[in-house]
Design a protein around this ligand. Structure first.
Ligand SMILES: [Zn+2]
Length: 254
């Protein structure tokens, strides 16, 4: 008896959690069905809200393959941290019902086959990343990187954007605020308009942001960024800000 009541409570707990998450994501469902039968041979279509308003999320793990990005004191490479955070973030987003595409899911550069020469490969790689950013009418893109500076005292996450899409600045500010409130209370960095300096953001049509998660040139922060636990916290922080941005700026299905 005790065992079976435990089972019932566990099942109720799972159902309750599902309802909470579902309500969080979708709100109270007041959708009118797409269509309903009034007679056997007559279908009346009524207006309804669909899930179309929810953007596809494009995630970009910076660098990859021969391009390691910047490096930490112990030789650890930026490209690997970027990938780990990207894959954690993808998993979280998908758990919460988002459709996600990534520029890379392994340690690779995504240049077209047959291209020779590092310069040309890099150009092709960046073009392919941009093509994914601009593949969908309704998308939001997040590029994940780690920072580096000559002075090792600098630390903290910073968001970069361009004015190509007017919502990019809002996205960057929301994420910057989220890093400060949830992960780095002492972070007083301000979002930065990168202008033409950041190819991907400058030519991206959708709202997009580059998240510089922290400085590999700062030993303390590098140690954090190299730990799996902290990488997951960073992913969760990005998710939280991204989800808030989407809830505030897109028509969520009722
Ligand atoms: Zn980078």
């Amino acid at each position: 008896m005790v065992k079976s009541s435990k089972k019932i409570y566990a099942a109720l707990g799972i159902i309750f959690s599902y309802i909470v998450i579902y309500t969080f994501l979708h709100g109270i469902n007041t959708d009118v069905p797409n269509s309903y039968n009034t007679h056997e041979d007559e279908i009346v279509t009524v207006s309804s809200q669909t899930d179309d308003s929810k953007p596809i999320i494009i995630l970009d793990a910076g660098h990859g393959g021969v391009d390691g990005g910047c490096s930490a004191y112990n030789g650890a490479l930026e490209k690997d941290i970027n990938l780990s955070i990207e894959l954690s973030l993808k998993a979280i987003l998908e758990t919460f019902g988002y459709t996600v595409e990534v520029t890379r899911s392994t340690d690779t550069s995504i240049f077209d086959p047959g291209i020779v020469g590092i310069g040309k490969q890099k150009k092709s790689d960046m073009n392919n990343r941009l093509n994914l950013f601009n593949k969908y009418e309704n998308a939001v893109a997040v590029s994940i990187h780690q920072n580096q500076f000559t002075d090792p005292q600098f630390n903290g996450a910073q968001m970069f954007y361009t004015e190509t899409n007017p919502l990019s600045q809002t996205l960057a500010q929301t994420l910057q605020n989220t890093f400060k409130s949830k992960l780095q209370n002492n972070n007083d960095r301000e979002i930065k308009n990168a202008g033409k300096d950041l190819f991907l953001l400058y030519y991206s049509k959708c709202p997009s942001v580059m998240v510089e998660c922290g400085f590999l040139s700062n030993k303390q922060e590098a140690d954090l960024l190299l730990s799996k636990g902290y990488q997951k916290q960073v992913a969760l922080t990005i998710f939280s800000g991204l989800n808030e941005f989407i809830q505030a700026n897109y028509n969520q299905p009722a």
